[in-house]
Design a protein around this ligand. Structure first.
Ligand code: PA5
Length: 429
């Protein structure tokens, strides 16, 4: 089968790494991922189990929000918002909204008083809806933001407020679910066998993405294609597993930082989604690659010096889409004072792609291992594919490190210290 994504490593010396020694562990992990029912692996086959009723109801609520609202406020943190923001930013215009969508803004990722205060001010003259998303239903950052925004919504809309709040949470447990039942908010369910950072293709991501104007059917079609093609157990035919094995081999050689890089600024939030997916899945038991991200050209003039000549601790994963919808050509200028006429009539996207090629060559020659991930087009279909590709590669990577890809015990440490300092026991009494 033709893969939609090509994984290549540019440096000749790494082509000789003996990847075949991974074959048997990759096969064993593959079968575990595909067959286990005990863990948070619901995302593995979800794209193949079409649920048209669910898609229709997401689309219908999205249409209602777009008709009656100027803004959707998405409240959530971590895996409960990063995927939606990633897709929204990648596929909506740099300036202004998508023609088929409205503004989608985010809250509950921080506890900045300035942020929430200014957010309320910004909603003053706008009609708005809230989509509050939390699997556990009790994470402090989104819960606090929801408390404030719900009160504001009730002041603005009175009894109609409950029709403007959509809750996305667990089907059975959690405070948010209880609130939704008592207050008669409409609800979407986060499947119990899908964890936060693997949930962008569930209502967690799909409702905000649809409101932003992105075609969710295309996104799901791309993911379905990936779920089909990436069922191969052999390293030769499964690009996600090849990527996982290459990064594991580089990690074993002492490269402890992976830099995800691309040349399209719209992908900055996609990088953040990737960073959380890999960071929370792999970084445990004193193991794991540190996932870092750079956006070029910006970072070539910031961190590029370090990448080229600094401590040899990192490798680079270059994400490249061959086709970007919009483009512009460099105009000819008869004055040529800037001496740039040699680029006249070249397209910006072509120059950008050439800069990518040059950067990859320079970094590889400088001794930085460079992996290229290439796809045809930056659109919903290919991003759906890429999301699934990364989730499958991430689960494989974590298991190769012998850590659990689906838990995040370390996140609790800051929470318990914070609650101790907030004197929560005293307050509860
Ligand atoms: O990936 C994860 O599981 C986490 O990042 C969660 O998404 C994040 O902690 C938010 O949790 P919740 O949705 O329960 O509020």
């Amino acid at each position: 089968a033709t893969q939609l994504l090509q994984t290549t490593i540019l440096n000749e010396q790494f082509l000789n790494i003996d990847y075949s020694k991974y074959e048997s562990s990759v096969k064993a992990i593959h079968h575990h991922l595909e067959e286990t029912k005990d863990e948070l692996t619901g995302w593995v086959n979800a794209p193949l189990e079409e649920n048209q009723d669910l898609i229709d109801s997401i689309q219908s609520i999205a249409n209602e929000i777009k008709e009656n609202g100027d803004v959707l406020v998405v409240i959530g943190v971590g895996g409960s918002y990063l995927g939606a923001k990633a897709i929204q930013d990648a596929l909506t215009p740099y300036f202004g909204n998508h023609p088929d969508g409205i503004e989608v803004i985010y809250a509950g990722q921080n506890m900045s008083g300035a942020y929430i205060h200014q957010l309320l001010n910004c909603l003053t003259n706008k009609q708005f809806y809230i989509n509050v998303i939390s699997k556990s239903g009790s994470t402090m950052e989104p819960a606090l933001a929801f408390r404030v925004l719900r009160q504001y919504m009730e002041e603005r809309y009175g009894e109609d407020a409950s029709e403007r709040i959509i809750v996305t949470t667990d089907s059975e447990t959690g405070l948010l679910r209880e609130m939704a039942v008592t207050q008669h908010y409409r609800q979407f369910v986060i499947p119990s066998n899908i964890g936060g950072r693997y949930s962008v293709l569930t209502p967690v991501g799909l409702l905000p993405i649809a409101v932003a104007g992105v075609d969710i059917a295309q996104l799901l079609d791309g993911a379905k294609e990936a779920a089909t093609l990436l069922k191969e157990e052999s390293l030769d035919s499964n690009e996600a597993y090849r990527y996982a094995v290459i990064r594991h081999a580089l990690y074993s050689l002492g490269y402890k930082v992976e830099l995800l890089a691309s040349f399209e600024p719209a992908l900055a939030n996609f990088h953040d989604w990737w960073k959380q997916l890999f960071g929370e899945s792999e970084g445990k038991d004193q193991k794991g690659l540190f996932p870092a991200t750079v956006n070029y050209s910006t970072d070539l003039h910031a961190i590029g010096q370090f990448i080229q000549e600094g401590s040899p601790i990192l490798f680079e994963t270059l994400l490249h889409f061959h086709e970007i919808t919009d483009d512009h050509h460099v105009p000819n200028d008869h004055r040529n004072e800037d001496k740039l006429n040699y680029l006249s009539n070249h397209s910006f996207n072509h120059i950008n792609a050439t800069s990518k090629q040059g950067t990859a060559l320079a970094h590889a020659e400088g001794g930085v291992p460079v992996i290229q991930l290439e796809l045809d087009k930056l659109d919903a279909y290919h991003l759906g594919y890429l999301i699934y590709f990364f989730m499958k590669a991430c689960a494989m990577s974590a298991y190769l490190l012998e850590v659990n890809p689906f838990d995040q015990p370390g996140v609790e440490a800051y929470k318990s210290k914070m609650l101790e300092l907030l004197n929560v026991d005293k307050v509860k009494k």
